[in-house]
Each structure stands twice: as structure tokens, then as C-alpha cells.
Design a protein around this ligand. Structure first.
Ligand code: FE2
Length: 354
């Protein structure tokens, strides 16, 4: 695999970034005839491999994926016009907007994409497109939380003192949520709200979303913020069966269901500014938004398809309906930096006592 041009050029360009190159071997000879498409992905390979295989089977176009947990935007920027990258895959509208603002993407005029993806989940200037949607919801203790409805605002109510767990306020999932509070209620409100939530924390923010469910299961807290798909990952985790117990201890509550709706975010894609295989990349983008690929996404990832014609998986449907906050994701991107500054200003990650 090291002999592929993508690997050689990538390694030369930014040698310090570790990456894994995965090449689809299916229909290799047909692929050569049809060409290829190169993807830089922050999304883990197992989440996108089934989709790329389906694409190659259908079109004969080979896909090459460079996966990294960080640094791909920087790599694209460093490679400039010589970049082999055609597409960027990532999570969070804020990160997609960052790529756009850094001049790393180009607009795509595609009637098929516009038809499959609601306007709320794509860039108004057509630089990025959502593929899956997830809710940032509340994990509530089945035993100890009796109410049926909840709001984000209520997390600052002193009645929850010592009862809330959350990962770092600086994580993109949280800064995006805080950005929606700024967008809806203003910055002064958002700051007070953050102080209130901080005062209600059971302990210092730590871990990922799943660790908050763990802490509810062990009785350390009653409420936590978490993304929807982790519920499916925990409930069906054969490798770490203790996570099934964490899932059993909680139920998902959809905040603001009776009002503006629950904060949702996306995973999505953008066409790289200097994409060498532009036509193939467009084919892949349109395939990923199609009913066929959206169905694969729904089942493999337990996220919500952005294509409204495709239903979520059974386990996702079992959690009940989600009403998505209609705030355009572009707005969230706009306030995310300010949200991050507020997290620092109130010293959120120091926990409840300071
Ligand atoms: Fe996640």
C-alpha cells in the first residue's frame, strides 16, 4: 500500500502526521479503469468503509482514505495546490465551517445534493453538506429522575446541585451546544447559564459522553449531556459488556422538545479546493446523500439520516421522536469561538468547587 501515489505524496508533504491508508481492493481492475477518489477523514474507518465499498461496487471508482484524529485541515493547507485530497469528512458543522473559512474547500452546485439534504444541514454557500445528524440530549437516571420533560436551561437550576456530569466544556460537542444558547438567548444569559451548570456539577468534567452514563449507573450523578448514538454503542457493546449496564441505567430525554427543539449537529463532507478527481468526488458526494447510502449510514452508525426519506434505525426509533432545533448550523459555527471563550471565562472545567 505504501507504493500508492497518495501515500507517497502525503508522507512527503507532512511527515509528522501519522495516518493509516486504507484502499478498497474490490474491483481493483475496474477501479483502475474508472479512476479514484481520495478522502481525508476525521471519521473512523469502520464508520465509512461499508459506504465506500458500496460506492466502489456500484461505480468501479476506487476510494483511498487517509484517516487521522487531528491535523487534516493543516495537512490540506500545507499541501496546497499539490494536495491529493478530493474530499474532507468530519463531524460538527463548526469544523466544516473552519475548513471553509480557511479556504480549503470549494462550492458544489448539485441539484441532487440539494434535494436529498435539507437546507438546515448544509452550507448556504454550498461548501459543506451534512450526511448524518445526531442529537445532543440528556442522559437521565431511570431510577432517580422522574420528570418527563426537560430543557437545557433547567440544567442551571439549583435543584440539580451535585447531580450533573459532563465531559469537558471545551469539547466541540459542548461548545456547539453553548453556541446555540448564545444564538437563542444572548451572551450574557449563556454566561450565567454556564456558571449555573458548573455549580450543579457532581465533579470536574472528565471522560467522554459514555463515561457520564457510567457515572449515572454508579450513582455519582443523575443527569448528563451526551450524543444520541452512544446509547446504541453502549447498549450493544459486546467487547465491553459493562457498557450495556451503563445504557440500562439511563434513558434519553430530548431537551426543549416542547419548545425550540433539541440541539443537533452533523457529520458531513466538503469538496477540497484543489480536488484532482473532482468529477469522481461529486459522484461520491451524491451517492452518500442518496437513499441507498443513507440507509447504510442509518444502520451502521445509529445516527439520524439527513435525507428525510430514509428512516432512522430501529434502536434509534425506540428512543422516540426528535424535534431538531431549526437554528441553521451556520449560526452555531458563528458563535462557537465565543462559546469556547465563555467556557474558559467561567472556568467551567475546574468543576463545581472553584
Ligand atoms: Fe462522538
Amino acid at each position: 500500500m505504501e507504493a500508492t501515489p497518495l501515500a507517497r505524496r502525503g508522507a512527503r508533504a507532512v511527515a509528522h502526521i501519522a495516518f493509516a491508508l486504507a484502499t478498497a481492493t474490490t474491483l481493483a481492475s475496474a477501479a483502475l479503469a474508472q479512476g479514484e477518489v481520495n478522502i481525508y477523514s476525521y471519521r473512523e474507518p469502520q464508520l465509512i468503509d461499508p459506504l465506500l465499498k458500496a460506492f466502489t461496487d456500484k461505480t468501479g471508482i476506487k476510494t483511498n482514505v487517509v484517516y487521522a484524529a487531528a491535523g487534516l485541515n493543516e495537512r490540506l493547507a500545507a499541501e496546497g495546490q499539490n494536495s491529493p485530497a478530493d474530499l474532507l469528512f468530519t463531524v460538527d458543522a463548526g469544523r466544516l465551517s473552519e475548513a471553509k473559512d480557511a479556504g480549503l474547500t470549494q462550492p458544489v452546485a448539485s441539484a441532487a445534493l440539494k434535494q436529498s439534504i435539507p437546507a438546515q444541514f448544509r452550507d448556504p454557500a454550498d461548501h459543506w453538506f451534512g450526511l448524518t445528524m445526531r442529537g445532543r440530549v440528556i442522559y437521565a437516571s431511570k431510577d432517580r429522575v422522574k420528570q418527563d420533560a426537560i430543557t437545557y436551561e433547567e440544567l442551571a437550576d439549583p435543584k440539580w446541585k451535585g447531580k450533573i456530569c459532563v465531559r469537558s466544556g471545551q469539547h466541540v460537542y459542548n461548545t456547539s451546544l453553548i453556541a446555540t444558547i448564545i444564538a437563542h438567548k444572548g451572551e450574557a444569559y449563556a454566561e450565567d447559564w454556564l456558571k449555573g451548570v458548573k455549580a450543579n456539577l457532581a465533579h470536574k468534567p472528565a471522560g467522554g459522553d459514555r463515561e457520564q452514563a457510567r457515572d449515572i449507573a454508579s450513582g455519582k450523578c443523575d443527569l448528563a449531556l451526551g450524543n444520541t448514538y452512544y446509547m446504541a454503542l453502549m447498549a450493544r457493546n459486546e467487547k465491553n459488556p459493562e457498557q450495556k449496564e451503563w445504557a440500562k441505567a439511563i434513558r434519553l430525554m430530548f431537551p426543549n422538545a416542547n419548545g425550540r427543539g433539541t440541539h443537533v449537529n452533523i457529520s458531513g463532507m466538503a469538496l477540497a479546493k484543489n480536488a484532482p478527481n473532482r468529477a469522481n468526488a461529486l459522484k461520491l458526494m451524491e451517492f452518500l446523500a442518496s437513499d441507498e447510502a443513507q440507509r447504510i449510514y442509518a444502520i451502521a452508525n445509529n445516527e439520524y439520516p439527513v435525507n428525510p426519506k430514509v428512516p432512522p434505525s430501529d434502536i434509534v426509533q425506540s428512543w422516540g421522536p426528535i424535534k431538531a432545533d431549526a437554528l441553521p448550523l451556520e449560526n452555531i459555527a458563528k458563535y462557537r469561538r465565543r462559546a469556547s471563550e465563555l467556557v474558559d471565562k467561567v472556568n467551567f472545567d475546574a468543576g463545581p468547587s472553584s
